[in-house]
Ligand binder design. Sequence first.
Ligand code: IPM
Ligand code: MG
Length: 361
Amino acid sequence: MSGAATTSHTIAVIGGDGIGPECLDQGLKVLSATSEKHGLEFEPVVYPFGTDHWLRTGGTEGGETLPDSAFADIQQMDAVLLGAIGDPRAPVGLVEHGVIMTLRVGLDLFVNLRPVKLYDQRLCPLKDKGPADVDMVFVRENTEDAYTAQPTFEAKGTPDEVASQPMRYTRHGTERVIRYAFELSRKRARSHKLLMIDKANAVRAQDLWTRTFEEVGAEFPDIERDHAYIDAACMWMLKNPEWFDVAVTTNLFGDIITDVGAMLQGGLGIAASGNIHPGQVSLFEPIHGSAPKYKGQNVANPVASIMAVSMMLDHLGHAAAARDIEDTVARLIRERKIESLSAGVQPTDVLGDLVAEAVAE
Ligand code: IPM
Ligand code: MG
């Protein structure tokens, strides 16, 4: 892993399924324009993993999702860019698990960082809310919870069937993500407040989160502690988004509430995320899925992939280059050169060229 001073990086690029590869191509276009301007060098190593690859290598007869040898190579790189995974030709969750979960868990990417920032009033579905009201960041735990517990089925297919997949939390996993969120709250100038979102009133196992939040919080006396249950948090997000600054939550709840967040900032066309282990190889991706119906048509909106590239640059210590991309996208949105964040308004490659050229200026 390269430190902040390193200007040359090797990155793994996994386009994946559906619109993933074509969107990520635009991200790479913007990355190369930005690198040139800021004196950085990126060597992308492109991998074919995704449903096509799984089918080509045998599908249900032992098809490959992410081979160990590639995983070992990726571990030695500086970062990963991922497009999207998901395709109806494979069993639900199989390739997602084989690629996304393998990387999240295998690389121990315990933070799923999801900024929610509105760049222009016209993109917000809430009336009377503008950019000053929607500027928050979610820290979603990324390696535990029902996501990584084993599903079990007893008496499968019978009227007595019982299925379960427990919400499992460890002190270690809970503590490190909460500590990361407190540190982030300290860096954010906005409010120095951290909101913890859980459902400890119903899921009593989350008492571990309650206690850990209090104990770690005692080390951060300058950060105000706040708490909301997930159902109420979803409601407040829509009613008073200006109350949100930094929030920390469990894996499953974080998955759900950050899709709500994406809508507040203009939709999945712009929402990006980082799967992070501080100081180690981390993965950046748009939040949107693979949208198979748009595949190969040059209609998908690549802005989220471009924002994922910005997050990657920030993680690698290139804050100015990261901000350059973010500011450029924000300006193009305000100037209506990026007309929409939806699919089918401007061609995918046209949007990529637009941002790349504007960054280079
Ligand atoms: C996300 C996605 C994934 C998740 C899916 C594809 C497994 O929805 O990154 O939010 O649930 O984490
Ligand atoms: Mg999700």
